[in-house]
Design a protein around this ligand. Structure first.
Ligand code: NAI
Length: 335
């Protein structure tokens, strides 16, 4: 029996993400938590004739901790798209002050009521919210870095789509490794590796630069088009679902599943120590990982040895920015 909890289930991402989870045959119980509107979302989804059960949990007041506890009890996977999204002109870091506290509160609930769950963090700034969750779980003595995932999948999804558009090819043939972090210049698409290589090399230097920039700042296209009504929700729900589906596949089958995720390069994970050396000792970084029943089984750090000279330069910028984002998250959780 697999139970999945979505925290922030009534939001722009939470609703379509919950819909996708509702129709996943590997999900037996779908638990929806939010601080507003979630009973309606739950009632609506519960009419879908998939085999999973749906339940929604709304706290009766700010002090009510029972709803979160109930939503988390016995859960295998928690996905967190709770918090505020960007408006035009905002960076993901501008969200820190509001979202950091929300994430810390949810992580404390997870530590208490679902200490063994896999935790997928969507809420921005991911580069800082993932360290907040790690630090909070550590403080509560229940931390397992193999079970913590920063969701960067939308960057992979965008990288695939944008190279397909530039190269007039089918997007489904690409699975570009996008490594580093999840904001602006910390996002590093590795177009020089795999199926994208030949398409990428046909582009002029100018076009290559524009393509990389589009992947790094693709979120801004959506923020501007929505004109104050938020950031990516549908493509994000799809991307978050892709990672969740891959984790569920690894949990419920013996298939080899690899995805990129922003992870803690803790030495308990195979390949993490090697990866850490290659990224100047950063504690968190997004890389392709092999998924298994225990979560992250192995970091596929070899991509770091295959990057082109141009990508090396992008990585230097990313590493520099990431170290500050990570520190900020850790400091918040420790104060
Ligand atoms: P939204 O405002 O539509 O939804 C957020 C939901 O979180 C709301 O329903 C709100 O009531 C709920 N919420 C607030 N505090 C909560 C708490 N303490 N517990 C549970 N729920 C709570 O925002 P949207 O568009 O769904 O975005 C959510 C987050 O995802 C934002 O931080 C956004 O920046 C981030 N995001 C991340 C992406 C990624 O690639 N990782 C891509 C796009 C957005």
């Amino acid at each position: 029996m697999v139970k999945v909890t979505v925290c922030g289930a009534a939001g722009g991402i939470g609703q379509p993400l919950s819909l996708l989870l509702k129709i996943n045959p590997n999900v037996d119980e779908l638990s929806l938590f939010d601080v507003v509107n979630v009973p309606g979302v739950g009632a609506d989804l519960s009419h879908i004739n998939s085999d999973s059960a749906t339940a929604s949990f709304l706290p009766s007041s700010r002090e009510d901790k029972t709803a979160l506890a109930e939503s988390l009890k016995g859960t295998d996977l928690v996905i967190i798209p709770a918090g505020v999204p960007r408006k035009p002109g905002m960076t993901r870091d501008d969200l820190f002050n509001i979202n950091a506290g929300i994430i810390k509160g949810l992580a404390e609930g997870i530590a208490e009521h679902a200490p063994k769950a896999f935790v997928l963090v969507i809420s921005n700034p991911v580069n800082s919210t993932v360290p907040i969750v790690a630090e909070t779980l550590k403080q509560k003595g229940v931390y397992d870095p193999k079970r913590l995932f920063g969701v960067t999948t939308l960057d992979i999804v965008r990288a695939n789509t944008f190279i397909a558009q530039a190269g007039k090819a089918k997007a489904s043939q690409f699975n570009v490794n996008v490594i580093g972090g999840h904001s602006g210049e910390t996002i590093v698409p590795l177009y020089s590796i795999g199926a994208s290589k030949s398409y990428y090399e046909k582009l002029s230097a100018e076009e290559q630069k524009a393509l990389i920039h589009r992947v790094q700042f693709g979120g801004d296209e959506v923020v501007q088009a929505k004109n104050g009504a938020g950031s990516a929700t549908l493509s994000m729900a799809y991307a978050g679902y892709r990672l969740a589906e891959s984790i569920l596949k690894a949990l419920t089958s013996s298939e080899e599943v690899v995805e990129c995720t922003f992870l803690d390069l803790d030495s308990s994970i195979k390949g993490a120590a090697e990866a850490k050396k290659l990224v100047k000792g950063l504690d968190f970084f997004s890389l392709p990982v092999k998924l298994g029943k225990a979560g992250i089984e192995e970091v596929k750090y070899d991509v770091l040895n295959q990057v082109s000279d141009d990508e090396k330069k992008l990585l230097e910028v990313a590493i520099d920015q990431l170290s500050k984002n990570i520190e900020k998250g850790v400091a918040f959780a420790q104060k």
